[in-house]
Each structure stands twice: as C-alpha cells, then as structure tokens.
Design a protein around this ligand. Structure first.
Ligand code: NAD
Ligand code: IPM
Ligand code: MN
Length: 323
C-alpha cells in the first residue's frame, strides 16, 4: 500500500494536479490518496498558509504530489514551499530536462545557499546570508554523483567561486566527492554555463549547483524542451519526497483550462519511480510522448487542447498501453 498526499495548492496547481492524480490512480489503483490543503488561498481564508500539523500530515505520506503555491513578495509572508523543504529536509531538488535532443539533470541544493532564511531588514538596507556548509555540499554532491554514475558519468559544478567565497567551499567539496566516487567533474561559472547549456545541451549530463542558481538555471533550461509546462521535479530527503512541476501557480492563466499538465504528470511519473514502480513510471512517460506525437498539445506548446482534454488523452493512452 502506497500513501500519497495530494496538494493542489494555488492557481493552476488546482488544474494540473487533478490530471496527474487521475493518471496515477489509473496505473496504480492501490495508491491511497489523501488531500492536504495549504497555500495562499488557505492563508486568505484562515490567516495560516501551512501549520505544523499540515507539515506533519505531509511527512506521514510515502510521497507527496504537489501543484504550486502563490508566494506574494511581502516581507511578512513566509514562503510555504521553503517551509516544507526545510521542515522535511528535502535537500535534493532534482530537475530533469528531457526532450528529443536533450537529456540533462539539474541537481539543486535545496536547503541552504541564498534560501538559508537568515535575513533581516534595516531601515536603509536589507540583508540575506548565503550559507554553504560542508555537510550540505557533501550530501548534494553525493546525490548528484550517484545519479551521474547511473547515467553518462559526468558532473558539472555550477558556481561563482570567482566572486563568492561560499562557492569556493561548494566547488572544493563537490570536486572531492566526485573524485572519491570516481565521477569525472568540471567546475563552470554559472553565467557562462547558463548560455552554454542552452547552446550545447549535449555537453552536459548532471549539473549540481547551489539553491538559487539551480532555481534560475532550471527555468532557463525549460527553453530547450518547450517551456515551463514541460518540466517535472523531485524534492528528495532521507524520510520524505515531494514531486512538483518546476513552474509556479501561473496566476496569469489560472482557472481557464489552458495550463499544460505535462510537468505535473511527469512529476507523477517521478513519484512512481521513487516508490519503486519504474514500469508504471515509464508507462506514464511513454503515454505523454504518444499523445504529443498524435498532435494533441496545449496552447503553450502550439496546440489548442485544454488541460482537461490533454489529461484525458494521456489517461486513454495509458489504458491502451496496459491492454
Ligand atoms: P510561473 O511559473 O507561475 O509562470 C511563469 C510563466 O509561465 C507564466 O506566463 C505562466 O503562464 C507560464 N506557465 C507556467 N506554467 C505553465 C503551464 N503549466 N502551462 C502553460 N504555461 C505555464 O512563475 P511566476 O509567474 O513567476 O510565479 C507565479 C507565482 O507562483 C508566484 O507567486 C511564485 O512565487 C509562485 N511559484 C511557486 C512555485 C512552487 O510552488 N513550487 C514555483 C515557482 C513559482
Ligand atoms: C521553484 C520556485 C520556488 C523556489 C519558490 C516558489 C519558493 O521558484 O520551486 O523553483 O524559488 O525554489
Ligand atoms: Mn523556480
């Protein structure tokens, strides 16, 4: 029995998650789903976006299927996403960029860096502390190297050690871990790396980087595969795992049945692999590809299908694959 917590969250999370959930339920009728309400909508209604009991509920699941939450840029509002990543210690944010001509995985450190939460505001300046620890760097480097060993055996360390002392430690630790685990490794400055990844994605296998660089690099890399509607992600810890699209709540298109559910559906496939069912994961991923090949697409990737229509088409394909 697999217990999956389902968080739709805000905006298009409420449209793309139901599509992904229906597909998971079809391939794995034994999954027990339970809904967890959190996010900006809940905050507007109750004054609390995510309480401690809510985090405990999430922590009780074998895996979490997550949509997106809206985070207003208000100094008094605490990001729910960061709260959950910290509370469940989801230290590895794994973002595969896969398409016809690209197969790269960005492994983003997910608990420190510029997201340390150590920040304060003075009358005329505001400060955020960028924390890079040996322990945090070691565990993310180990995760990235293990992944690289199961793929094409190469690690790139995205960094800005020419300017940031904190990245000197990050590069030193990643390089040492890679040498220890026998993974060839190249350090690249994040600015040049961003362009080179877009121009020559075939040069990369696994890219490990700090929190904020990984955030920006992954959205930019979505360019290689058709945009943000396509990219899934996993947030992995020792005792919990959360699967979500790379994109956010997209308030500009929310509630109109136009959002691309592929990122959410592929996140569902990553969840299946995590709970030990690679066959169902592959069935879902292949069904998505067959639907795309049949010319069914949402608006962001040049089609006219709605979120629900696309989801239904994948559901039909998954059924066909099983028959
Ligand atoms: P966004 O990813 O929500 O949207 C960026 C652009 O991409 C928008 O034009 C949007 O319409 C488009 N887009 C995103 N996903 C799409 C999809 N599935 N199909 C079609 N088009 C899609 O980023 P944003 O606009 O910068 O942020 C909106 C809100 O989401 C903010 O409050 C932000 O903090 C939050 N956010 C949350 C998460 C998360 O929950 N993990 C991630 C990113 C952003
Ligand atoms: C992401 C998002 C989050 C981040 C926000 C919503 C906290 O942009 O998951 O990429 O910056 O990590
Ligand atoms: Mn982001």
């Amino acid at each position: 029995m697999v217990k999956v917590a389902v968080v739709e969250g805000d905006g298009i999370g409420r449209e793309v998650v139901p599509a992904a959930r229906d597909i998971l339920a079809a391939v794995r009728p034994d999954i027990e789903f339970f809904d967890v309400d959190l996010g900006y909508g809940l905050w507007e209604r109750t004054g609390c976006a995510c309480g401690e009991e809510t985090v405990a509920d999430l922590g009780s699941a074998d895996a979490i299927l997550f949509g997106a939450v809206t985070t207003p840029p208000d100094p008094g509002y605490r990001s729910v996403m960061l709260q959950i990543r910290h509370a469940l210690d989801l230290y590895a944010n794994v973002r595969p960029i896969r398409g016809d001509t690209v197969d790269v995985v960005i492994v983003r450190e997910n608990t420190e860096g510029l997201y340390s939460g150590i920040e304060w505001t003075e009358p005329d300046r505001s400060c955020t502390v960028r924390v890079v620890s040996r322990r945090g760097s070691e565990r993310i480097a180990r995760y990235a190297c293990t992944l690289a060993k199961s793929r094409r055996h190469h690690l790139t360390v995205g960094n800005k050690a020419n300017v940031l002392k904190s990245d000197c430690l990050f590069v030193e630790v990643c390089t040492a871990v890679a040498a220890h685990l026998g993974v060839p490794c190249t350090a690249r400055y994040i600015d040049a790396l961003s362009l080179d990844l877009l121009m020559h994605p075939d040069r990369y296998d696994v890219i490990v980087t700090t929190n904020m660089f990984g955030d920006i690099l992954s959205d930019a890399a979505a360019y290689l595969v058709g945009g943000l509607g396509m990219l899934p992600s996993a947030n992995i810890g020792e005792r919990a795992a959360l699967f979500e699209p790379v994109h956010g709540s997209a308030p500009d298109i929310a509630g109109r049945n136009v959002a691309n559910p592929i990122a959410a559906i592929r996140s569902g496939a990553m969840l299946l692999r995590h709970v030990g069912d690679p066959a169902s994961a592959a069935a879902v991923e292949e069904a998505v590809v067959r639907v795309l090949r049949a010319g069914i697409r949402t608006r962001d990737i040049g089609g006219t299908a709605g979120t629900r229509e696309f989801g239904t088409a994948v559901l039909r394909e998954v059924g066909r694959g099983k028959a």
